[in-house]
Design a binder for this molecule. Structure first.
Ligand SMILES: NC(=O)c1ccc[n+]([C@@H]2O[C@H](COP(=O)([O-])OP(=O)(O)OC[C@H]3O[C@@H](n4cnc5c(N)ncnc54)[C@H](OP(=O)(O)O)[C@@H]3O)[C@@H](O)[C@H]2O)c1
Length: 330
């Protein structure tokens, strides 16, 4: 038996409780992991609140990522005692996830915990940080370099935004952070933003297909009008990495920026990201994300804090990242 945060649904209302669960209830998979740390991402907030139609079957154990120690394995690559990270693959959505002391998954989805990181640091990075790294890599693949000009990070005080700001600054970029939180300006400067601007600048619908050229690149967690406005402000040949929809999924725009400025929209998907790209992203995180900065934006929390954190994150009230201790290492 192990403890898990279990969601139940009745008449469209999703409730949660910590329950003792039998190992036999774990999903099919060839690797069983004793979970040491998990975290809270925007999608966890949606799942916990029963929003977004992400979970089709209840009872359900949420948690889209976790880090822990292999306790049983039929997979050729993993042996008991090895430490692993899981992000994505729809774990925590279509199958039980990391808000539990035990998780069972397909071993092909796991990434070995890099020796440079603790389980806590891996989950302080988590899906949000991994996605920020994928976005930086995509921008670089499309020619972004520090001399190219200002890079905008939207939703900057959130999880993806905080990691993106710290990463880009450490790589030598001039980072402009956009936030709706007046009290986060100093925080974002400590992470390395050269400039902090208010997100209301992007809140209104675009009135013209092209605005003044400003951004060499952008990592956008917000979507909606913000995405449309930034697209119209990209410099010639610039790129926007489309990561999130915290401000809306619908975009009203024109093809003019593509035709007249040769700009690029780079779709970022962390969930089904192929393994070679995953391993490169974790290698890059170890090399490029200063761990002292990671500490500055990581809040430690316990299993009991998860429901409140999940509610807070969808309201945009979690700053940076959260490392949630599940159980002690075995
Ligand atoms: N593509 C992928 O694979 C992938 C992976 C991870 C996350 N995501 C998506 O990326 C987004 C960010 O995830 P996260 O975990 O970083 O969430 P988060 O910590 O909640 O960050 C989102 C940030 O967006 C801003 N925001 C929230 N509501 C807004 C609104 N109505 N208008 C404008 N800005 C708003 C806030 O930043 P400020 O307070 O600074 O304004 C908030 O902190 C989510 O949409 C998530 O689903 C996608």
């Amino acid at each position: 038996m192990f403890n898990a945060l279990v969601l139940e649904e009745s008449a469209g209302v999703v409730t949660h409780a910590v329950r003792s669960v039998d190992d036999a209830a774990l999903p099919a998979g060839d690797v069983t992991v004793a979970v040491e740390y998990t975290t809270v991402n925007y999608k966890d907030g949606l799942v916990m609140g029963g929003a977004g139609g992400l979970v089709k079957r209840y009872p359900h154990v949420p948690g889209i990522d976790f880090c822990g120690t292999v306790i049983e394995s039929q997979h050729a690559k993993y042996r008991p005692g090895e430490r692993v990270i899981l992000t994505g693959w729809r774990v925590g959505e279509t199958q039980w996830g990391g808000y539990a002391a035990r998780a069972r998954v397909n071993g092909d989805w796991l990434v070995p915990l890099p020796s440079a990181l603790s389980a806590r640091q891996a989950m302080a990075i988590g899906t949000a940080g991994f996605t920020a790294m994928l976005a930086v890599m995509a921008l670089e693949d499309h020619g972004l370099t520090p001399p190219g000009g200002e890079v905008l990070v939207t939703g900057a005080a959130g999880g993806v935004g905080s990691v993106a700001t710290a990463l880009l600054a450490a790589l030598g970029y001039h980072v402009t952070a956009s936030t709706g939180r007046a009290d986060a300006h100093e925080y974002l400067k400590t992470l390395g933003a050269s400039q902090v601007i208010d997100r209301t600048l992007f809140a209104d619908p675009a009135r013209k297909p092209l605005e003044g050229e400003r951004w060499a690149g952008c990592i956008d967690s917000v979507g909606g009008n913000t995405f449309a406005r930034v697209l119209a402000q990209l410099k010639y040949g610039g790129s926007i990495a489309a990561v999130g929809l915290a401000g809306g999924s619908k975009v009203d725009t024109t093809v003019i920026p593509f035709l007249l400025r040769g700009v690029n929209v780079l779709g970022i998907d962390s969930v089904m990201c192929p393994m070679p790209r995953r391993l490169s992203a974790w290698r890059r995180l170890c090399a490029d994300l200063p761990l002292a900065k990671l500490e500055q934006f990581t809040l430690d929390a316990t299993f009991a804090d998860l429901p409140q954190l999940a509610a807070d994150i969808v309201r945009g009230q979690v700053r940076g990242r959260v490392a949630v201790r599940v159980s002690h290492p075995i």
